[in-house]
Design a protein around this ligand. Structure first.
Ligand SMILES: *Cc1c(COP(=O)(O)O)cnc(C)c1O
Length: 354
């Protein structure tokens, strides 16, 4: 393969089979030429996804808005509902002060619910209902758009990950074993907003806390809260923005044709919530405000994005399998020469016609 040229040709191509070599990109994270090249790739990917979604959902997307994405199975512990509370908060803030300087966002949530998981399906319905109110409000304009991505699957993930600015990894600390979506976003230069849960912990270790937006309770904090007893009303009564969101869900603001539609969701938030959404709400919103403000400084943002890509080498499946081989299976590598992933293999050759 002949080496490529241009502003992105900085570290050769060995990183394809030795992913930790992405570290070499760190030295270019403040280089204006390389920053521009990375921004250009991201912008092209955002444009391609916009075109796909505009066709699919008949909606106009602002391609320079912050693409804020949460894609994963719908589950209460993954807290798509917390993301939804942020959306409602942004909407309420725009309605309250239409002239406030806000960072335009396109917020996408996608994922499947298990067939018998009633609450997960209700959460999808709520997201779609909120989207319909937000997207059709002329006061909101192109400051905020909300899209529920149907039929999330690998084919769609292949389009989404490269186009993401912000990756949502907001599960309650102590609930996510690892996560892999978080790693795919990081490798593709999205910044992460997340809790100290699952592999987010190792990701923060690799890139340093300056390159990731960590918020909320740690595993120890969650345990302490559990022990002293969680009462969602403590947060509901204290924070007027929480109160407004929960009341709107409760009183049919997003379901005018069926005002009781989301009463059970409000009930979960206030009475039966095993994942402590309201306890993390304030820290989450504050952290999202920081995300919005840093996105205004595109030079800073792309520097962080490059540091994310450069720090993602550890999350190679080759490294993982190597560790399993050594520490668990106790097997030695065979150094028989195999073709690199991008090289043609003999068994793939077109068989000769008999
Ligand atoms: C990566 C991936 C997942 C897993 O996502 P998590 O955020 O780790 O839960 C699920 N579905 C698809 C289609 C994926 O590509």
């Amino acid at each position: 393969m002949k080496p490529r040229s241009g502003d992105w040709a900085k570290i050769g191509e060995d990183w394809v089979v030795h992913l930790d070599q992405l570290q070499l990109l760190k030295q270019w994270s403040q280089d204006p030429g390389f920053q521009r090249a990375v921004q250009k790739v991201k912008q092209e990917n955002k444009l391609k996804l916009s075109q796909l979604l505009e066709k699919e959902y008949n909606i106009k997307i602002n391609p320079s808005s912050l693409f804020d994405i949460q894609v994963k199975r719908i589950h209460e512990y993954k807290r798509q509902l917390l993301n939804c509370l942020h959306i409602i908060t942004l909407y309420n803030r725009i309605k309250k002060d239409p002239n406030a300087n806000i960072t335009p966002r396109t917020i996408m949530i996608g994922g499947k619910a298990a067939p018998g998981y009633y609450v997960a399906k209700k959460i999808i319905k709520l997201i779609c209902s909120v989207a319909s109110v937000v997207n059709n409000d002329p006061i909101v304009g192109d400051k905020l758009k909300v899209i529920f991505l149907e039929n999330y699957r690998v084919t769609l993930a292949e389009r989404i990950m490269p186009a993401a600015d912000l990756s949502e990894q907001i599960s309650t600390a102590g609930t996510e074993a690892s996560g892999t979506g978080n790693m795919k976003f990081m490798l593709n230069g999205a910044l992460t907003i997340g809790t100290l849960d699952g592999a987010n912990v190792e990701m923060a270790e690799e890139m340093g806390n300056d390159n990731i937006f960590i918020f909320g309770m740690t595993v120890d904090d969650v345990e302490a809260l559990q022990n002293r007893g969680y009462n969602a009303y403590d947060y509901y009564n204290r924070n007027p923005e929480i109160r407004q969101c929960v009341d709107q869900i409760q009183n049919g603001y997003f379901s005018p044709n069926n005002p009781d539609e989301f009463k059970d969701i409000a009930d979960i938030l206030l009475k039966y919530d095993r994942f402590y959404l309201l306890a993390d709400y304030e820290a989450y919103i504050e952290c999202q405000d920081k995300v919005s403000s840093i996105y205004q400084d595109q030079t800073k943002w792309v520097e962080m994005a490059i540091n994310n890509i450069a720090s993602s080498g550890k999350f190679s499946s080759d490294r993982t399998i190597e560790e399993y081989a050594k520490d668990i299976w106790g097997v030695e590598p065979s150094w028989e020469k195999l073709p690199a992933p991008h090289e043609p293999r003999e068994e793939d050759a077109t068989p000769a016609v008999k």
